[in-house]
Design a protein around this ligand. Structure first.
Ligand code: ZN
Ligand code: ZN
Length: 233
């Protein structure tokens, strides 16, 4: 089963009637936690008075391994709860609502000619994939790919080993935990796209996406973006 298989009849948040193909009614969409002035590079929220250059302090002093991180939401109610339902309880209506919103958002951030050449969902280790039955990042990438006509490539960036859950680890511990966690399989790509986008559900400390981005940079991709539902501030 994938999130493309179903169309909800009622808003997944309030149960109200839906107009059109959206999974959330318009008033619930209005109340979603859209971020205020995200950093032009890493997507972290800069608050009510962003600097003119539009970058956060850490991107100025120590830029991340990727070029841009796009996230339509803050990691807050109800997005946080929708993500948890989708990720841990296999609630595909919630997953579809999130995927639709993310795909719409992606159409607004790229001009058609600037879209990435492929989408790379952050892989789950095969054992975790077997336990969960689906990879939430892959489901999101597929929804974006369908909406924006970007190929989703799943066998290029792979997990080499099972990492501990990142929950509760410090930034340094996360970096150690992820060391050599990914490997690239160039045979999975017909040609090396200049521009790729990593797709993840939530970006917390950037450790996971940075590890993947460093690997991709080393392989010769010139522009590496990150697309996620929510960026934790
Ligand atoms: Zn609603
Ligand atoms: Zn930043």
């Amino acid at each position: 089963m994938s999130i493309s298989d179903m169309l909800p009849q009622q808003c997944v948040l309030c149960g109200g009637d839906l107009i059109g193909p959206a999974s959330l009614c318009l008033s619930c969409q209005d109340e979603l936690p859209w971020p205020l002035h995200p950093c032009h590079r890493c997507g972290i929220e800069l608050g009510l008075q962003p600097p003119d250059h539009g970058h956060c302090g850490s991107c100025l002093s120590d830029p991340p391994a990727f070029d841009r991180c796009f996230a339509p939401f803050r990691y807050e109610y109800p997005v946080r709860e929708l993500i948890a339902s989708f990720k841990f309880n296999a609630r595909f209506a919630e997953g579809q609502a999130l995927a639709q919103l993310l795909a719409e958002f992606v159409t607004s951030v790229y001009r058609p000619e600037d879209r990435p050449g492929c989408l790379l969902p952050v892989p789950l280790h095969p054992q975790r994939l077997r336990e969960r039955g689906y990879n939430q990042s892959m489901e999101l990438a597929r929804a974006i790919g369908r909406r924006c006509r970007i190929p989703v490539v799943t066998r290029y960036c792979q997990r080499t080993r099972s990492t501990r859950s990142q929950k509760g680890l410090s930034a340094d511990e996360r970096a150690v935990n992820l060391h050599n966690a990914f490997a690239l399989n160039p045979g999975a790509l017909p040609a090396l796209p200049d521009h790729v986008a990593i797709v993840d559900d939530v970006v917390t400390t950037m450790a996971t996406v940075s590890a993947a981005a460093r690997l991709l940079r080393g392989a010769g991709h010139r522009r590496i973006d990150v697309i996620c539902l929510a960026r934790v501030s």
